[in-house]
Write a protein that binds this ligand. Structure first.
Ligand code: ZN
Length: 113
């Protein structure tokens, strides 16, 4: 019989999962800077898997470091290219040549300042 987890347990599990994702991305960045891209890709794979298991979306700053198509780690300037064109940030993957365009929008709060 499967015991259902209490809300408290779930909250705790998700907090630990978030910490692990954080750690894995730090390791991925560290290894990618040493040009160990195989390790970086593996860390991204693990972080994504943890996120899927505990229903935690990858934080935005990490999402930009992963290719949406081949799920590999993108180190800007080495395995990923970051350009700004026509009001969009274009992040390209050097492995599969997939482009991701993120519109640049002015936030309402930025105008007020
Ligand atoms: Zn790719």
């Amino acid at each position: 019989m499967v015991r259902r987890r209490t809300l408290k347990e779930k909250t705790f599990q998700r907090r630990v999962a978030r910490q692990r994702i954080d750690l894995l991305f730090h390791l991925a960045e560290k290894e990618a800077k040493k040009h160990r891209f195989d390790r970086a890709d593996r860390y991204v794979q693990l972080a994504r898997r943890i996120g899927m298991k505990y229903l935690i979306p990858l934080p935005r700053e990490y999402k930009y470091l992963v290719c949406k198509k081949c799920h590999r780690f993108l180190l800007p300037g080495v395995t990923g290219r970051v350009r700004v064109s026509r009001g969009k940030i274009v992040i390209s993957c050097m492995y599969c040549d997939h482009h991701r365009r993120i519109p640049l929008r002015e936030k309402p709060s930025a105008i007020l300042k």
